[in-house]
Ligand binder design. Structure first.
Ligand SMILES: C=C(O[C@H]1C=CC=C(C(=O)O)[C@@H]1O)C(=O)O
Length: 405
């Protein structure tokens, strides 16, 4: 007798199945989990060539946007259309019946790949997207010199703040298991935006961002200013953290920048809360929150407007923005690619949540390139800024090298 028993799948099995489907589809896809959420979401667009869109986000169909740090000549961003969308709760087993039809069909027709085979598939897909970082951007001497140049420019009143960055390349170990790494990141960093995206021939990135660039839901617009870094120590790091003048000023500059954007568009009514100490992995930052009612203030398209004005914020570039950008172009010596750009779901389930692409790594061939920067003010110590970037690199790096870290 044939009984129709629903098979339950664990979150690891589901994620493995989705990764196998998406990686073998030849298309673009993104998988993410928003901060403080238990929902894992995926969008998949099987079109072979990555697609680009204008930044008028209110007009976009549901999907996932990805923009590099640098302004684009065409003023466009990559966009993964939600041709296929699925979400599941991380803390509940999923029955085969609950899978969307497209996943069920594949599940029945395809042989299930092992984690090692999925790793192989990933590596084959990323062979071509090797990011051109220079050897210089990996070197401590180069970075500390960059910080010194930044301090000099600040002392000469050319800049108020600048955020130089560096890279660190590690090998992807033979036992690397992408679904385990993603689940471990979700478990370890509940306050972060955990993300993975693959754009064929463009890039494959994994990250755990602590910084929202813009969020819109219903009539509410939200953004934050995040800066200042120290290691979280002790039983109650949020309560016991003390901040120096340097860090307070560094974060205040980011807040002032946001307020100056509001002023530019004559938006006068906003709520500002903070700064308060927040946890991001094992690091602490200072954060202020800004909220606006888009309907009451008469700015229904505030999402797009602020996206245009805010990026790149002084948390990733510096102040004044143009001068800091030119300084980085001249002295940083490498292409930041998607690091410190922005990414996130657009118009999905009635909301848009776009994050700054921080605590992130690009996967290519057998290697991962980690990216991190540090806010430099007049009182910066180059050695300490280097150590800060080491800590920031570890946030993702440790789970690529050893998922059970
Ligand atoms: C530029 C980065 O972090 C920014 C966000 C929070 C704190 C920062 C800082 O303390 O320097 C940076 O402004 C990065 O993680 O690469």
């Amino acid at each position: 007798m044939h009984t129709n028993v629903a098979t339950n799948h664990t979150k690891t099995e589901i994620l493995q199945l989705l990764l196998q489907l998406a990686l073998s589809s030849g298309g673009s896809f993104a998988i993410w989990r928003k901060p403080k959420s238990n929902t894992v979401e995926i969008v998949l667009d099987e079109t072979a060539n990555p697609f680009k869109v204008d930044l008028s986000i209110e007009e976009l169909e549901p999907g996932f946007i990805v923009h590099p740090f640098a302004d684009q000549v065409d003023k466009k961003a990559y966009f993964i259309k939600a041709s296929k969308y699925f979400s599941f709760e991380i803390d509940k087993p999923i029955a085969t019946d609950e899978l969307p039809e497209w996943a069920k069909i594949q599940l029945n027709n395809q042989e299930k790949l092992s984690p090692a085979e999925i790793r192989e598939l990933l590596i084959n897909q990323t062979l071509v997207s090797k990011i051109k970082t220079s050897k210089l951007s990996e070197q401590k001497d180069h970075f500390t010199q960059l910080v010194k140049e930044g301090i000099k420019a600040i002392q000469q009143n050319l800049l108020e703040k600048v955020v130089p960055a560096r890279t660190k390349t590690i090998s992807i170990p033979p036992n690397f298991n992408l679904s385990c790494t993603l689940l471990k990141l979700m478990d370890s960093y509940p306050n972060a935006f955990i993300n993975f995206f693959h754009l064929p021939h463009v890039g494959t990135w994994i990250g755990a961002s602590p910084e929202t660039l813009i969020e819109t839901k219903g009539d509410t617009f939200y953004t934050m200013s995040l800066a200042g870094t120290q290691i979280a120590i002790g039983d109650n790091p949020l309560k016991s953290a003390a901040w120096t003048q340097k860090e307070i000023e560094e974060q205040a500059l980011v807040s002032r920048y946001i307020v100056s954007c509001f002023k530019k568009i004559r938006l006068r009514e906003y709520e500002e809360h903070g700064p308060k100490t927040v946890l991001a992995g094992n690091l602490l930052h200072l954060r202020s929150d800004f909220k606006i009612n888009m309907q009451e203030t008469g700015f229904p398209e505030l999402g797009s407007i602020m996206l245009g004005l805010l990026h790149p914020t002084s948390a990733v570039c510096g102040m004044p923005r143009g001068e800091a950008h030119d300084f980085l172009q001249e002295f940083e010596g490498f292409d930041r690619s998607f690091y410190s750009g922005f990414l996130g779901p657009v118009n999905i389930q009635g909301s848009t949540s776009i994050y700054v692409n921080l605590r992130t790594a690009s996967l290519h061939d057998n290697e991962a390139t980690l990216y991190a920067g540090a806010g430099v003010t007049e009182d910066s110590d180059p050695e300490k800024e280097w150590e800060e970037t080491e800590l920031k690199c570890q946030i993702i790096g440790k789970f690529i090298q050893n998922p059970s870290a």
